[in-house]
Design a binder for this molecule. Sequence first.
Ligand code: ADP
Length: 546
Amino acid sequence: MRKEKPQKISISQRSDNGQERFKNLYGHIQPEEQIRLLASVVEQSTDGMAIADMQGKIIFVNKTWVSMHGYDNAEELVGQNLSIFHNKKQLKEEVEPFNLEVKRKGSHSGEVEHVRKDGTIFSTQMTSSLLRNENDIPIAMTGVATDITKRKQVEESLRESEVRYRTLYNLLPYGGEVINTKGEIINCSPSTARMLGYEVSELIGQHITKLVDPAFLSLFRLKFPQLISGKPITVEIRMLRKDGTKLDILRAAQPILDKNGKVEAILALNVDISKRKKAESELKNKNKELQASIKRIRSINIELEKAREKAEESDRLKSAFLANMSHEIRTPMNGILGFANLLKDPKLTGEEHEMHIRIIEQSGHRMLNIINDLIDISKIESGQMEVSLTESKVNEQIEYIYSFFKHEAENKRLKISFNNDLPAEKSIINTDREKMYAILTNLVKNAIKYTHEGAIKFGYKKKGDFLEFYVSDSGIGIARDKQQLIFDRFVRADLSLSSQYEGAGLGLSITKAYVEMLGGKIWVKSEEHKGSKFYFTIPYAPPVCD
Ligand code: ADP
């Protein structure tokens, strides 16, 4: 044990050329002066200094050594053994091996723990040397000790915080990396490396932009200078994994400042938000689908609303039609039955007799017209109405209609005239003569029916490949909102039963169907109380000459 076998302390002469330097510098002054000089240097030193004999008995300690070890003065220590500055453990584990090195090499340096007078422990950086006599025999040992407790504490706390932060860094569920101001990765957490499919070592030294999806590089480049200027940022970007797959990442980056406040590096934490992004985009798609469905439902609703309105309208029309039809049928029927009854009276004069028969005839015609119209419309509806094309002399038809209605019009004091655009020989076309006749008849008949004064004009003009017919009157006209509807079945501009005009509202729908069957169109221009002008076209198809 060290306590039982104290070691000698000495100053090595072999390796130490300090003596030579001292002699060169101070050899010229008196030995007493030299000693005083040396003593004052030793006393003022901030390092603790001690000299002991080879058994460890203390010969000299300076002020710093005394205070460093918590003693009051050197006298307390001189004559004691150096082992009082250590506990047993220190002696065994540190001092003994240290002294062996000193003896082996002549001098040695290292960290050695010391014990103060009050038992507290502190760390020193020790340098010991052997002092030898002229015969090279070690006679004493010197020791210079620097108290490194503070440095050790700082080192320890640094080590602790490093361990703590590294542990934290490694434990973070979302990893991170530290990059320098050039953008090169200088450290990286295992979880970030794992997330990107790399080993940590593969990432260190790589430029961060290599890990960013090219589509996001411009955003990345935009934000990086902000970081360098010291502002923390949070961005959502897409990063590239080693296998090329992409990963949506939320990056929170924080500049790390040096002690002068300058940005020396950047710590970025990465959170994998791929799942969230996927959910978001699915939600977006679902939203789009939903919007589209809502749009579809809305348009279906509009259609339904239209259909409902149409159904209501046709319901209304149907009721009006039924009321109208029964009126239209009952009136001539009453005429026929009533006047047939009157005919039975034997006292009737010949004139009265003739008048009654004429009324019965008129009523019969009216009935026949209604029945014919109903038959025509049902044939058209069921697709049984056929078109039979024959050579038709248009001018002749116009003239015939003129002479047919002339009398009726003049009876109402209406002027009636016609105009044919083509010479007779050029007015021959291939069409369904009967239908063309029915169309013109209907329109002229209506013109007379709905006009009380003025004139009826009709005729045609050749326009391109069509003949454009017209029938104009100076009658009651048609309200703007009815001008389209009157071509529908059973629609009459005036639906009231008290209407002074008889009719079932079928004529124009039959007319329109015929015009379309012949390959033309029909329309009307009209102004209420001023008159109407109906137009229709028929293809100008002259017969092919053999
Ligand atoms: P109606 O048997 O009622 O005459 P139409 O189908 O021929 O049936 O005509 C439908 C409706 O169009 C008529 O009830 C009338 O209100 C209107 N109309 C047709 N022609 C004329 C016209 N020349 N002038 C004014 N109104 C007309």
